[in-house]
Design a protein around this ligand. Sequence first.
Ligand code: ATP
Length: 363
Amino acid sequence: MARLELSNVSKSYGAFDAITDVSLAIEDGEFAVFVGPSGCGKSTLLRLIAGLDPISDGAIRIGADDVTRRPAGTRSVAMVFQSYALYPHMSVYDNIAFPLQMERRSKGDIRQQVEKAAGTVQLSTRLKDKPSKLSGGQRQRVAIARAIVRKPKIFLMDEPLSNLDAALRIEMRTELTQLHKELGATMVYVTHDQLEAMTMADRIVVLNGGRVEQVGRPMDLYHNPVNRFVAGFIGSPPMNMLRGKVKAIESEYYSFEAPGIGTIVIDGLAKRLKIGEEVVLGIRPEFLAPHPAGSEPLVKIGAVPRSVERLGAQTIVHSAIEGQNFTCVFAGDQVVEPGRELNVYCDAANIHVFDAAGITVSR
Ligand code: ATP
């Protein structure tokens, strides 16, 4: 296994910059997830690492080797695709064995490797079947076993669970993280699903418009997003974003005027805003409560619920403040009446403040 290092990597298609100046290191044995909205360049970056597309600028190192100009087959990476890419006319055994047969390995060696990999992905009893007899999840496991037998330095996975139904995706998430532990492998995994990223990654790389917005452990991104984009992308339902203005600056705190809410006082923020400056106040739905609790300074927000989802373990309340969606996620089953004004409470320490450029005002 090996460390992967990207230095100032860029990729253009004609005049279009798909990837711009990406530098990052993925450590030996790490499970890294590239996440971002559709078209942000996740798959392109993975293909550049695999060598399936030539890079326009920069360098890629795998372990001690500079692989920037090396063709795909010689980089010691194995890629798993959303579409599985299995040979339909070949058995599960032959599909898994294929890369070893290409290397002209001995029959005995091939059998040993295939049986071991099939055991790892729990397909030992299906080796004689054709892919058409398998479920989507089992097909993807064949593709993973085929990657395992190659003993790559790095596994690259491009939305491998996207074609599976919701229940199977959740099951396969756990299987893949377990597999990562067993193999101790360096893995780079692409998804547009932030929940998948949060549950699987050691570290997440958030991409947007071909650039890296933030790299960090899932909980670092959740609690300390560097900007409004990351704050809004990580977390579900997404963070509420309310417009406001700096009303007063005191030695210990700022007070903000937020239309539809009133004055909000927040202390401990870096003193870099000016009076009158526009800001966005970010509040995660799950940090709002229907009753005041605790000893911290609380912010009270009045909102008129438009719809209520009672899920048993949670109650999700959808409302709007000054035309902006405002969602609350309350623990447990709460009786909330649509149309009747509701006061909700939030600890001021849990409010994120973004400046006019969308950059987080640090604490
Ligand atoms: P998705 O989640 O929808 O798969 P993505 O983040 O993986 O999106 P990419 O497939 O990497 O996005 O594409 C990034 C951008 O580069 C897109 O705007 C896409 O249209 C463009 N692009 C990708 N491949 C090519 C190509 N061969 N020629 C021209 N443009 C391309």
